[in-house]
Design a protein around this ligand. Structure first.
Ligand code: CMC
Length: 435
């Protein structure tokens, strides 16, 4: 098989030749000049399919939401650099931007914020849902189940209005569900949301206030949380977002698709890495081990240890979100009274890894999860809630991607093919003859 790229009359094509037969395929060029071979007609023309485990070379869709240049460490939402959004925006403004494609006007943001505010409360019967789950349940499956359960409280048939209401309910209720899952796990009463507070402050209050004490939200900490949510809000076709699109492509409703995304995010190679990073740092601290000793294990092919929070499928240079978070770590820790031992260990690990040929040659740099855990820890968020925080942040991205897919006139149910490598046809052997 040979593949050749050609240009005739300005339209570029790729020619694929298999066993002397050639077929031409159009090239598709994105806004930032990234190029793809459109192989929609490949099987019809050549009787072949492509094989790309992990989809490292496969574009599943065209999308106008998020742009990443992994080589240059660029991340933009709807064209806006993440550094600008992190410095100047708020999470709800970013959520609107992702979902609607433009920054909101003053009136739009006000309308959106008040809509979200009036939907923060959970149906009273949700209490029974939490009661039915074990006290020591990990909050990620609790949140996945709670989001799925949300669809049982609001069962209207799908329409533009119903989808709009579901989007608002999801964004409004996710922090309430997350905080309730935590309160349930520690045996404290749930806090009702307090709608005069902003999004992040409301969440912190629902997490940490108790009915018998006053609770004041520290605005510096609320801003740090809002920043974390902005940085997690979308990341194009990652594992959980592809899951949301895949499930949604069967015409499953939005909560069902998001619940599947939460399950995908939970894994330690994806969102679950932030929990693993802090556990790794704490292990190094407890064992009084050095960064160097740990890195030797992470490099050893006979050891399954990985340097958690390092490496990324797309970023082959510094993850821009990690750079922003590294600076934010310093600010938050200063507010909390000084540097933490965990941050020192993380910085030492990074320093050593970035000089080590193993990590340099494989282009393994800190990713968003390397420093996020240090901030969550400083905010008092329990370790098993870290990935839930990622979930709250990623929600608008999942919603925007689900909606974009549903509105795409070329959308079809996602259904990959395979190369079958099992047994050829054989005859059934009756049980009595199998020995
Ligand atoms: N520590 C040690 N070695 C690593 C690491 C790591 N963290 N990550 C990759 N490698 C090695 C890997 O062993 C392989 O080496 P070799 O070529 O000798 O076989 C090479 O680097 C390429 O790795 P890969 O597993 O083929 O890369 P991938 O693109 O399939 O995986 C990744 C990307 C993020 C799953 C992986 O880098 C990893 O496991 N990192 C740690 C988990 C983590 O931090 N995940 C959070 C990702 S960012 C948040 C999100 O978007 O979910």
């Amino acid at each position: 098989m040979t593949t050749k790229l050609e240009e005739s009359k300005g339209a570029k094509t790729a020619t694929i030749s298999i066993d002397g037969k050639s077929a031409e395929f159009p090239l598709v060029t994105g806004t930032e000049q990234e190029t793809a071979i459109n192989i929609e007609k490949l099987r019809a023309a050549t009787n072949c399919i492509t094989l790309d485990p992990g989809f490292g070379n496969t574009g599943s869709c065209k999308s106008a939401i998020t742009f990443i240049d992994g080589e240059k460490g660029i991340l933009r939402y709807r064209g806006y650099p993440i550094e600008e959004l992190a410095a100047k925006s708020t999470f709800l403004e970013v959520a609107w931007l992702l979902i609607h494609g433009e920054l909101p006007t003053h009136a739009e943001l006000e309308g959106f914020t008040s809509e979200v505010r009036v939907h923060t409360m959970l149906h009273q019967d949700f209490g029974r849902f939490f009661d039915a789950l074990p006290k020591d349940a990990h909050p990620m499956p609790v949140c996945a189940a709670a989001v799925g359960a949300l669809a049982t409280f609001y069962q209207q048939p799908e329409s533009e209005q119903q989808i709009h209401d579901t989007i608002i309910r999801l964004i409004a209720k996710m922090p309430t569900m997350a905080a309730s899952s935590y309160k349930h796990s520690i045996g404290q009463p749930f806090n009702y949301p307090l709608n005069r507070l902003d999004y992040a402050s409301n969440f912190l209050r629902m997490m940490f206030a108790v009915p018998c004490e006053e609770y004041e939200v520290d605005p510096v900490l609320a801003r740090a949380l809002d920043l974390l949510l902005i940085l997690h809000a979308d990341h194009e076709q990652n594992c959980s977002t592809s899951t949301v699109r895949m499930v949604g492509s069967s015409m499953a409703n939005l909560p069902a698709s998001i619940a599947a995304g939460i399950s995908a995010l939970w894994g330690p190679l994806h969102g679950g890495a932030n929990q693993q990073v802090i556990e790794m740092l704490e292990r190094i601290e407890a064992e009084e081990g050095t960064a160097d000793k740990f890195l030797a294990k992470a490099k050893d092919k006979n050891d399954t240890t990985r340097l958690m929070g390092f490496g990324h499928r797309v970023y082959k240079s510094y993850d821009p979100r990690a750079a922003i978070l590294k600076k934010a770590c310093g600010d938050v820790l200063q507010r909390m009274g000084g540097p933490s031992r965990l941050l020192e260990i993380a910085m030492r690990l990074e320093e050593v890894a970035l000089k080590d040929d193993y990590f340099v040659s494989r282009k393994l740099y800190p990713n968003v999860d390397f420093y996020s855990g240090v901030i969550y820890k400083a905010l008092g968020i329990p370790v098993n809630m870290f990935t839930v925080m990622f979930t709250i942040g990623r929600l608008p991205g999942w919603i925007a991607q689900w909606q974009e897919m549903r509105r795409d006139k070329d959308f079809r149910i996602a259904r990959p093919r395979q190369v079958y490598v099992g047994s050829p046809k054989r005859m059934y052997v009756p049980l009595a003859d199998r020995g």
